[in-house]
Each structure stands twice: as C-alpha cells, then as structure tokens.
Design a protein around this ligand. Structure first.
Ligand code: SF4
Length: 428
C-alpha cells in the first residue's frame, strides 16, 4: 500500500490567524498571463485594449513572437479615446474587422481589458457580445480583464479561463477535467500517470483549440493544477462540476497527494496506484534530496506575488528542510489551498494582501536566507545582502509533478549558492 503524506501532528495552518494588510503593492499585472496562454491555445488571439505601456510589457516579455505570426496584439487607446472624444467601441470594431479579415486562422478572440480601458469604463463585454453575433460560428469572442488595478499577474489566466467556462457546451459524461495552463511536457506527464491508473476520459482547460470536444456538466470532476484559479473554480461549480480538493502537485508529496485525491474519485485501488507511482516517486525523492542539500536548515520569506506561495512553502519546509518565516499570498482561498495549509506546520506568519513597506521592514528585520518576491523588490533586497528568487520564474518554468520536483528544489537552491559564492569572493 502506498504511504500517503501525513498532516503534521497538532494540525497545520488552516485555522491559524492571517495577517491582513492593505497598502502599496508590488506586482505585475494580469496581461502577463497572455505570454503563456497564447502558447496553449493555438487558434486564439489576445487583443489587449490598452496603452503603449501595455504593448511594451507584452512585447518585451514575449519578444520571441517577432519572427512568427503573433497571437496577441494591442489596440492602443489614443488620447482622444481616453478623453472620450472618439467612440472607442466604433474604433474597436474597425480594428477587429481588419484583424479577422486578415487572420482567418483565429477561432477564439479575447478582448483583454487593461488599466486604461478600465479607467474610461470601456464595456468590453458588450463589445464581445456584439462581435460574437457578427462572427459566430467561425469565431468566438470573449473578454476578460488583465488590468493591474487591484490584481496580481496570475489573475490574468484565471480571468481568461473563467471567461471560457460559461460558453462551454453541456455534457453529462463522467469525466476528469484538469484545469490550468501547464507546459505541454508536464501536462503530458500528468495525463499519462492518470491514464495508467485507468482514469478517463481526461479533458484539459484551456483546450488547445476552440473546436475541441470539451464540455462541462454535473458529472465533471475537476482538479486544479494551479492555485490561482479562484474565479475559474467558482465558474466551474456554477456549471455543476465538482472540485477535487487536494494539495498542489509540487514536489513528491504534493504530487502523490494530488494524484491520490483524483484517483479516489475513480476508485483506483492502492495496488494500481502504487504500481503507477512508486518508480516516479522514488526518482522525485532522490532528485529533491540532491537538489535541496543547500536548502536544509535555511530560512525563507515569501512576498505575495504568484499565489503559489502556500503550496511552495509546504514543499520547501516539508521536503527541502527549510524554515518559513513569513508566507505572504495576494489572496488566501481556503477552498483551494486549504489542503496545503493542513500540511504546512504551524510557525510562519501567514499574510494576505500587502503593505509593501511594512512587509519589507519585517523581511529586513528577519534577514531570511532566501526571499521569494517580485522583480521590483529583488534588486533592493539583493543590495541589502539578501538572496532572492523571482516569483515569476516559478510560473514560467516547468515545476509540477514528479519529474520536475528536483528542478523545483534547484530553482530555490541556485540563488542561495550564488549568494554564498558572492560572499566568498567578497571575503577574499
Ligand atoms: S494593464 Fe495596467 S499595469 Fe498592465 S501594462 Fe497596461 S497599464 Fe501597465
């Protein structure tokens, strides 16, 4: 029988008090999600209705698209639009007409809101409805917001997936839906493990193409692969689908607990589960133990950024031997990260939201061995002699499931090793 990860005696952190602060925040906006989403949805186009700043953000972050036919672009709101002198809806219609006339490969068009379009209260849902009437059935037009007002960067994916759920067809088929955009190689590994257990049919949201057979209904059970999908979770439940609550598949323990929670929904026996998972579990344990040598006994401090903080703190403390001083997350949705909180031993400060100056004070006072934070905070903290890890890398790098568990530990040990080398050089 496969031994499952244990919840710490004395309970985990689920019922621990949460420090809630609201003030200045340091995060990227939700447009960032387009950079990985456009790779997953091969017939989609993301049209940002924004400013030149939005266009620069996208182009600098996803410059690789320069040589290909891009699957995202920015309709720039000029001063006349912002001042209300031009009818932005008419202008938008013109841009979309031109785009869809030129690009017949586009089957899903996302109108993506930004800070400027929110400030002038441009109604993109009305625009999407109007365009859907005009272009259906060959193109589906949806809208979501990627604005940086009151959001953090992973909310862009959540908003995009949540926008897709209401228009999915209904199905009564018993099926497993994996929810979250993973790198293809990681998604294939997950699907392969589940299929080896006899689980199926398995569908994925986002589906690679608009005309896939993805439907949703009361016999759909879904497992999130990313902890930042709160709105998508709510939209799926509104369609009658059932959420499988589980720790997230980071590290050997998280992956085993996640797979076991899914397997339980499909009556997979302990023998089958062990046959499929024992070998990759052993490989993951070995890889983690090698990659985490420099992490053991070291302290870590999380600023709120990617929304991966709680599952990662669980992984780093339980499997890599680190001590968490503070685990800050932009939002704490216990229906989603509750199982990870159960496994996280009491001790760290749990904080939700951010007042960055106060949190920087706490971080500088604690002087952690490693600080996980956004790009904007990393340089000042490095200048103070603190080793940092950019949270955004954790979303861009394949880190889920067994075969990536060693790489995940390695992502945290590299900045620690670099900091150690720099100290040595300084001492010489
Ligand atoms: S959406 Fe807002 S935060 Fe994001 S690039 Fe545009 S203006 Fe900047």
């Amino acid at each position: 029988m496969t031994e499952l990860p244990r919840i710490p005696t004395g309970g985990g952190c689920r019922e621990e008090p949460i420090l809630k602060q609201r003030g200045q925040r340091e995060v990227f906006c939700g447009l960032t999600g387009i950079i990985w989403l456009h790779r997953k949805m091969q017939d989609a186009f993301f049209l940002v209705i924004g400013s030149r700043t939005c266009a620069h953000l996208l182009q600098s972050a996803a410059g690789v698209m320069i040589f290909a036919e891009p699957r995202f672009g920015t309709a720039i709101l000029e001063e006349t639009d912002l001042a209300g002198l031009a009818d932005a809806q008419t202008e938008l219609d013109k841009v979309v007409d031109q785009l869809l006339a030129r690009r017949t490969d586009i089957k899903q068009l996302f109108l993506v809101g930004s800070c400027p379009s929110e400030v002038i209260k441009l109604d993109l849902s009305r625009a999407a409805e109007r365009m859907t009437e005009k272009y259906a059935p060959s193109v589906r037009v949806l809208n979501f917001s990627g604005s940086g007002i009151e959001t953090t960067f992973t909310q862009g994916e959540d908003a995009c997936l949540a926008a897709m759920v209401p228009v999915l067809p209904k199905t009564d088929e018993k099926q497993l839906l994996l929810v979250g955009a993973l790198p293809d190689v990681v998604e294939e590994q997950a699907v392969s493990l589940l299929q080896q257990m006899g689980i199926g049919p398995i569908k994925v949201l986002p589906a690679p193409r608009a005309d896939s057979d993805l439907g949703i209904g009361e016999n759909t059970v879904f497992a999130l692969t990313q902890p930042f999908l709160g709105d998508t979770h709510a939209a799926l439940e509104r369609r009658g689908a059932h959420h499988i609550a589980a720790p997230f598949p980071f590290g050997e323990e998280g992956t085993t607990a996640w797979l076991r929670a899914v397997a339980d929904q499909f009556d997979v026996t302990d023998e089958t589960f062990a046959r499929v998972t024992d070998a990759p579990r052993a490989r993951a344990r070995k890889a983690i133990s090698q990659a985490s040598e420099s992490l053991r006994g070291k302290s870590v401090f999380f600023f709120p950024d990617s929304q991966l903080e709680i599952p990662l703190a669980r992984f780093l403390t339980r499997e890599c031997g680190m001590d968490a001083i503070e685990v800050g997350a932009p939002f704490i949705h216990k229906g989603i990260v509750g199982p990870d909180l159960d496994m996280l031993a009491k001790g760290p400060v749990l904080s939700e939201g951010q007042d960055v100056d106060l949190q920087l004070d706490r971080c500088r006072a604690a002087r952690p061995d490693l600080t996980v934070c956004g790009l904007g905070l990393a340089n000042p903290l490095e200048a103070d002699g603190l080793a940092t890890k950019w949270a955004i890398e954790l979303v861009f790098t394949p880190v889920h499931f067994y075969e990536q568990a060693g790489d995940l530990a390695g992502l945290f040990s590299r900045p620690m090793r670099r900091a150690g080398l720099l100290k040595l050089e300084a001492a010489e």
